[in-house]
Design a protein around this ligand. Structure first.
Ligand code: PEP
Ligand code: MN
Length: 360
């Protein structure tokens, strides 16, 4: 994949994690200049502010539009900051290029629309400015992947990924569910792309931002995009999740940055031996699963001979209850045991189905 590493973007100061910070929305020139100046003092090098806001409900603050780009440009020039904003269509891209905006991102709602992503990719093509692709609203890894592919095909070489959480039907304590498994899968699909986390939109509440930011760094992500406003309680959008610049500085100071790897011989010896044990245990798990599956097939044959239906729910409920309770004695979380055994059960039912329908 023909993309440039973060060091070659000429956007971020040296060092990891990289940081993008600024208000959810640009609201006035004074708010932009004051927030940017305070963030600059905290060591922030890349300033964000939404100019066009895709709001869920009409009649709420939808951004100041193009005039806000002049405030961003002014903040960038006067304070020596790089500036970035969200784009959702060709006109937004063209306006950003005209005002010399240094970087853009696509928001979750826009990434969800292949037509809009294609339009933005075409408009950015050849401009040389970096684009960050936030995840789509739904936990659809193919839709997220497709958006990345569209930018790659348009020849965008400064391309990054941002995780901002997914909409979930079940209400959790976070505004958007983090789904770290999808993040890990995306990382392995695109190992050469810088990967940031936006803990503000995952959290929805400033009290959760730090724990999510730390989690992202623990997973080895490259940086953070965090919302910060000079007066969060007065913010016109996302007031509950924005941090005052001094709160942001304190949060950054407390984050523990872990090394991606280490050459220390103590660490290598310890980790190599633990990994060898994990590999051996994984082998045992697979052998046990294969043995269990074989018994399950024999049960299928037995049911077939006696013309018995595959699914006996009461039997399965009893098995599940037993393994969950035994698992608890081993200190295994109920949810984990339940997910694993339901997956095993699904595969067994499938195998027995194949036997009954004669396809094996
Ligand atoms: C934002 O960054 O302010 C924003 C609207 O982001 P998202 O698309 O992640 O909701
Ligand atoms: Mn926001």
């Amino acid at each position: 994949m023909d993309v440039l590493s973060l060091e070659n973007w000429q956007i971020f100061p040296e060092g990891r994690p990289v940081l993008v910070a600024g208000p959810c929305s640009a609201e006035s020139e004074a708010q932009v200049m004051r927030t940017a100046a305070e963030l600059k003092k905290c060591g922030v090098g890349v300033f964000r502010a939404g100019i066009w806001k895709p709001r869920t409900h009409p009649g709420t603050f939808e951004g100041v539009g193009t005039p806000g780009l002049a405030w961003l440009r002014k903040a960038g020039r006067e304070l020596g900051l790089k500036v970035c904003t969200e784009v959702a269509c060709r006109e937004h891209v063209e306006a950003c290029l005209e005002y010399g905006i240094d970087m853009v991102w696509t928001g979750a709602r826009t990434t969800s629309s292949p037509f809009m992503v294609q339009e933005i990719a075409d408009a950015l093509s050849g401009s040389g400015i970096p684009v960050l692709v936030k995840n789509p609203v739904s936990p659809d890894i193919e839709l997220w992947t497709g958006a990345i592919e569209r930018f790659v095909r348009a020849g965008i070489r400064k391309l990054g990924i941002v995780h901002r959480g997914f909409s979930a039907s079940e209400k959790t304590r976070y505004r958007n569910s983090p789904e770290w498994r999808i993040v890990i899968e995306m990382r392995s699909r695109f190992p050469e792309l810088p990967f940031l986390c936006d803990p503000s939109h995952i959290a929805g509440d400033r009290k959760y931002v730090a724990e999510i930011a730390q989690r992202a760094l623990d997973l080895g992500l490259d940086g953070l995009m965090i919302e910060s406003h000079c007066e969060p309680s007065c913010a016109l959008s996302d007031a509950a999740q924005q941090l005052a610049p001094d709160e942001l500085a304190a949060l950054i100071g407390r984050l523990v940055v872990r090394e991606a790897d280490s050459d220390s011989s103590d660490y290598r010896t310890a980790i190599d031996s633990l990994r060898a044990r994990i590999d051996a245990i994984d082998g045992e798990i697979l052998a046990a699963l294969a043995a269990r599956m074989e018994v399950s097939r024999q049960i299928g044959e037995c049911k077939k001979k006696s013309n018995i239906a595959i699914l006996q729910t009461s039997r399965w409920d009893a098995v599940l209850e037993k393994v969950i309770s035994e698992g608890r004695e081993y200190g295994l979380p109920e949810h984990f045991v339940s997910v694993v055994f339901n997956a095993i059960h699904d595969a067994s039912v499938q195998a027995q189905n194949d036997i009954l329908s004669g396809s094996l």
